[in-house]
Design a protein. Structure first.
Length: 435
């Protein structure tokens, strides 16, 4: 009998023993190819010696010194690294322990920013349907994931939800991708007018939707229009790159590919690549200055923020990725993975759409690929695929509720950036025999 309060107490899970590159081994010695990167976390795979050495070196110096007393060198260096590569004028970094904490920080900062400016009524957020921004109650309220929200309703704040820019299901036949992007971006303007622009502080969304929809990028031009609307109505644009950021889509930050810069960007998962729990919020100088010149203090913080070992691990991860030019591998292998998935599954009657960017790929499963009719949700196909794939020695990330929180199934793939062609063949072969 286990005394651990597992999230799903009825699920039987193997005990993990060790990892090596893109593989994980359980206690019984069974090998699993980690094609989900956990949940888009393990960018470097497992047991990377360069990262382990950097962490040990830091532990030997100092492992914890509260941020209320000290700054620390790895935190300063990691901030320098991120700012030197960040889009737009994001030039300060606030460190936390994970994605939900980073989102909470962003939501509170957006509100405090307007408070400092004397725009006290700007307290509301707008986000998108089928988005996920974390499980803490503020981040949950900001997201549009129905099945996660419902058990905890009423949530702390009402958040109007607009289209997730879901081309496969929402584009009309009589419009081009460009027209579709402009139309759904326009929903932000409508939502703003409905809420009263003077009551809204920020729009938050994932540049490429991850867990809830399966690697869905927006169409070209969508984010340019979103940025224009945010500027026109004076609201902040928060990009949640917790899952799609840190190189996962082939550029360090996913918004780079959209040609826009957010006012606040949050990231986590791939930042520490699973070697340590760490998240970060990047903010523009304008926001920081407003706080500094106002009350002088961001009224938010956590015990483990800027943890020296977490920052040392993340810095080593990011240096390793850059020094080994792994983002080129992400782009090249990403295309290969997409082509191999299309060759193997493109004609499968249950595969509707194969999409994504870099090593962030999604496969949408349907009951009928001609009509795009969703699978019967009670069949829980995604859960069956997950266990069949584990049986076959493959970790992938299937999820239900793609379309509206209830209907629709997809599989998300987010393998480590170090994979080669043989790993791609193994992923496609194992997945192909499972779907
Ligand atoms: N935002 C996004 C886009 C995410 O995918 C996640 C986690 N799946 C979170 C926030 C929350 O991150 P965490 O689980 O580290 O709290």
């Amino acid at each position: 009998m286990t005394h651990v309060f597992h999230r799903n107490p009825r699920a039987e899970q193997p005990v993990v023993a060790r990892g090596d590159g893109p593989y994980i081994y359980d206690k019984a010695g069974k090998q699993y190819l980690d094609a989900s990167g956990g949940a888009a976390v393990s960018c470097l795979g497992h047991s990377n010696k360069f990262v382990a050495d950097a962490m040990k070196e830091q532990i030997d110096k100092i492992s914890f010194a509260h941020s209320g007393f000290f700054t620390n060198q790895p935190m300063e260096d990691l901030a320098d690294f991120l700012v030197a590569r960040a889009p737009g004028n994001l030039d300060h970094v606030y460190f936390v322990s994970g994605g939900s904490e980073a989102v909470e920080a962003a939501l509170k900062l957006a509100r405090q920013y307007f408070l400092e400016k004397g725009e006290n009524s700007r307290t509301r957020f707008i986000s998108r349907r089928q988005s996920y921004h974390g499980n803490t109650i503020g981040a949950l309220a900001a997201g549009g994931n129905q099945w996660r929200r419902e058990p905890y309703a009423p949530l702390l704040m009402p958040v109007p939800l607009i289209s997730p820019c879901y081309e496969y299901r929402e584009k009309r036949n009589d419009e081009t991708s460009g027209e579709f992007g402009q139309r759904v971006a326009g929903e932000l303007e409508t939502a703003l007018i409905d809420a009263g622009p003077e009551n809204v502080c920020a729009f938050i969304c994932e540049p490429v939707v991850g867990a809830t929809m399966g690697a869905v990028p927006a169409v070209e031009g969508y984010f340019k229009r979103i940025r224009e609307i945010c500027d026109q109505y004076g609201i902040l644009f928060i990009a949640d790159e917790v899952m799609c950021g840190m190189g996962r889509t082939g550029s360090l930050f996913a918004v780079e590919q959209e040609g826009v810069a957010p006012d606040i960007l949050v990231t986590a998962k791939g930042l520490g690549a699973g070697y340590q729990a760490i998240g970060a919020m990047l903010v523009s100088n304008e926001i920081l200055r407003t706080i500094v010149d106002g009350s002088g203090f961001f009224q938010h913080g956590h015990t483990y923020m800027g943890h020296p070992v977490s920052c040392a691990a993340a810095l080593a991860v990011q240096n390793y990725i850059e020094d080994n030019d792994l983002l080129s591998n992400v782009r090249r292998r990403g295309e290969q993975l997409h082509d191999a998935l299309t060759a193997r599954l493109g004609n499968n009657p249950f595969v509707g759409d194969i999409r994504g960017r870099g090593l962030f790929r999604g496969i949408e499963l349907v009951a009928d690929r001609m009509t795009r009719e969703p699978l019967d949700p009670s069949l829980k196909i995604h859960a069956k695929i997950k266990s069949a794939a584990m049986e076959a020695g493959l970790m992938c990330y299937p999820m239900g509720g793609t379309i509206d929180g209830r209907r629709g199934d997809h599989i998300l793939l987010a393998p480590p950036f170090i994979i080669d062609e043989t790993h791609i063949a193994e992923i496609v072969e194992k997945l192909g025999s499972t779907v």
